[in-house]
Design a protein around this ligand. Structure first.
Ligand SMILES: Nc1ncnc2c1ncn2[C@@H]1O[C@H](COP(=O)(O)OP(=O)(O)OP(=O)(O)O)[C@@H](O)[C@H]1O
Length: 364
């Protein structure tokens, strides 16, 4: 029988650190993963000096866990996040402990790249917050997965990552080697969110270089595997993440989500003009909250106006890809972690059609 997570934590609680606390109490254990009889995790030391001084801690944890019933192999990676102390690094073996931290200065990069094995990368953007960009991203990802496509979803919305809630998963991804990050999986979609890696609100204060570094890591360190398409749920507006992504990533293109309201459309125009400047093709516009369908009588009301996004698409010569109704059922589904496209509700249909258009166009 595989070893229980709790039994492992009990053992780790018994491993005393030099300051008298233990590994669990001082929150040093990350990415604990049990597969069969193999236990893997990361010990996150406060800095490189401590990481070196804790080699006995690592050895003790390994020996004690290997003595547990059901455990065959134990693999521990020691990482350190803080500045190194004054002690010189160990001789010859040389390699610094890998860093699992998301949010760092970028490493130099020549030209545009995309994760190996990923055929298409599509940014889902909006000029304005709250228009439903994350809802569209989650549902489109699920609809594509239902069609049998291999889909990844990267939630890069640093101001309010909503995919953990919308896709119904929220835990810290495993990192068996302290460098590669194993994405999570939900509703057939390979999923990574900046929200899995950093405490709420921390990234909001990041500016240019830190954001560039974080995006580089989310694209480059995550083991995305073979994907037909990777959707990126962007933060709203035209900030550093959008710029970095447009300049550094080989994007198939961008989908721009807007409500029919004039104010939302004005902001959407700004987003479109940014993508044009970055030479990122705008694959199409999506109108969300097009009409409200009363759940009681079926009456349709155009709460945020009517037809604005279709007109805009025609004016700028890009496809108008979908019209998505405002529906209570869709909101509740998103809040409960089961996107409406994952259900057999008729509201899943417009997302299936959107997915089909992208597949037919060779974009996903
Ligand atoms: N078509 C819809 N019908 C009903 N509710 C919707 C619809 N689209 C979005 N919502 C709801 O509106 C809220 C905002 O949507 P969402 O988070 O997808 O927007 P966003 O543009 O990603 O926002 P942000 O910029 O804050 O990330 C959510 O509660 C979501 O469930």
């Amino acid at each position: 029988m595989p070893v229980e997570h709790d039994s492992i934590m009990t053992v780790l609680r018994g491993i005393v650190l030099p300051d008298g606390t233990n590994l669990v109490e001082s929150d040093r254990v990350r990415a604990l993963n049990v597969e069969g009889d193999v236990v893997r995790f990361v010990i996150e030391a406060p800095d490189a000096t401590a990481a070196r001084a804790w080699s006995g801690v690592e050895a003790e944890a390994k020996a004690r866990l290997e003595a547990l019933e059901g455990v065959g192999k134990v693999s521990i990676v020691m990482t350190a996040h803080g500045p190194a102390g004054s002690t010189p690094p160990p001789a010859a073996t040389g390699k610094e402990p890998p860093s699992l931290k998301i949010g760092r200065h970028p490493t130099p990069q020549q030209g545009k790249t995309k994760p190996a094995g990923v055929k298409n990368v599509i940014a889902i953007a909006s000029g304005k917050g709250g228009v439903g960009k994350s809802t569209v991203s989650a549902n489109l990802a699920v609809a594509l997965a239902k069609m049998g496509r291999k889909v990844g979803l990267l939630d890069a919305d640093i101001y309010g990552p909503s995919q953990p809630r919308m896709m119904g998963v929220n835990k810290r991804p495993a990192s068996p080697d302290g460098e590669t990050i194993e994405p999570l999986h939900a509703h057939g979609v390979t999923l990574m969110s900046i929200g899995f890696m950093i405490p709420d609100g921390e990234a909001v204060v990041w500016r240019g270089p830190m954001l560039m570094g974080a995006m580089q890591q989310m694209l480059g360190q995550v083991a995305w595997g073979e994907l037909d398409v990777l959707l990126i749920d962007m933060p709203p507006g035209t900030g550093d993440v959008q710029l970095t992504l447009g300049q550094k990533t080989e994007l198939t293109g961008a989908l721009v989500v807007s409500t029919p309201q004039d104010v939302a459309l004005m902001d959407a125009r700004r987003g479109i003009s940014m993508f044009n400047k970055l030479n990122v093709p705008v694959l199409g516009l999506i109108e969300n909250m097009s009409m409200y369908i009363c759940p009681n009588c079926g009456h349709e009301a155009h709460i945020f106006g009517h037809g604005g996004v279709a007109e805009e698409a025609e004016k700028i010569g890009v496809p108008f890809l979908a019209q998505l109704p405002l529906a209570l059922e869709a909101r509740i589904a998103g809040d409960e972690g089961v996107p409406i496209a994952a259900t057999d509700s008729p509201l899943a249909e417009p997302y299936m059609q959107l997915a089909q258009r992208l597949v037919a166009g060779g974009m996903a």
